[in-house]
Design a protein around this ligand. Sequence first.
Ligand code: F0G
Length: 469
Amino acid sequence: MKATKEASVMGTPAEPGAATVRLQCLDKKCGATYPVHDLANECTACGNLLDVRYEWPKIDPAALKQTWLSRKMSRDQGDLSGVWRFREIIPFLRSDESIVTLREGNTPLLESRKAGAYAGVDAVLFKHQGFNPTGSFKDNGMTTGVSQGVALGKKVVACVSTGNTSASLAAYAAYGGLRAVIFIPSGQIAGGKLSQSLEYGALTIQVEANFDVTWKLIFKMVEEAGVYLLNSVNPFRVEGQKTIPVEVMEQLGWEPPDWIVLPGGNLGNCSAFGKGLREMRELGLINRLPRLAVIQAEGANPLYQLIQQSIAQGKSPFEIGLKPVENPQTLATAVKIGNPASWKKTLRELEASNGVCEQVTEQEIADAKAIIGQSGIGCEPASAATLAGIKKLAARGVIRSQDRVVAVLTGNVLKDPAYTLAYHQGTLAYASEGRQLPVASNFGNRPIVVRPDAAEIKRLLTQGSEPRL
Ligand code: F0G
């Protein structure tokens, strides 16, 4: 991307008053640092994940907020991206020439009183990441990850995915002129997502195993082949996703909500939100942190289990360590992950924000999804775990009815139409201990088949004009 002078990326170490940037091991005791052009996703000293760490220049928070806002009026591609518009908080690129953007971000914050009433709070504010170019929050991180790949001179990029990362990677790689190789668990991702990867031209490898097994198989191999790995363990992916809460704060007039609620799978997104929020506080853009709530599906709940164990034993969860769920099961296939890579990073953010982790059942996810749909908003199954989680946390008094609650809808309703159709037609079922269990169609909306008969159709029309409850 060619940029105007005004729009050039800040943060090149050569610039006076710019941020300095390095990679650093997440483990404080280790603390190993690496140059920002290092290709590793893991600390070579201890094997933990890496963070992008900045030393910020002195900034004027009010002026920066004004700059960010004014870029919405610009014609520059970088300014119009809802990620690069906030480039002063992600200053890791040496030049904006390598930026690959599809105008991601700039997603709405939609208030729903109906969803609030369902969950037992006044209202829920949905940050709808499904409005992104490929229909999920992955685009926010993929623009930064692929741009860093281009900056490093990489020609081939890869990921293991439950469907959204792969769709996003395929699109950004194609747009940036790179080759994408994606690995997905065969038969275990939603049709919309698979079709996207094929359409965007990615080499699509369906492995006959689940996400965790595939990840273990591929992780080292990809790096050894000199291919740039763009899973959320890649610290530059996290940088882009970090701008989602920045945009939320801007939309809320820089007044932090009480809660930000996210679905949890590989746990990269929660770690990105936490990092973004902490950095905004460091920079004086906000004065306090909202509490983070991560919601996991009951059949894929390793973080929830770890935190419960830690509470029961009175021990630090870091000390206990995460015990993977061997055979994760959920119809919310996006979060069907038993051994999340970023669990330590997410735990760090839950601790920093006084956060919580909740689990929800298949029925709770399905019903919450239908309510989000009935609100005119709609989302894919994993995203609906947020509303189901808010309902549970409100019932337990953890979230209070008057609390300001932001829920992140991570994916578009069109991602998984098979799920939606099955729910409304009363055929949704999930596997549990070798059995198929039904999900009740509590808020189902069955389609009506009708003969081409005028009187019959008229009767239905009148029925349709009765006010809906
Ligand atoms: N919601 C959706 C729609 C997702 O696609 C994912 C993750 C999550 C929530 C959970 O986010 O992993 O950062 O905790 N999808 C990944 C993928 C794993 O491959 O598309 P997380």
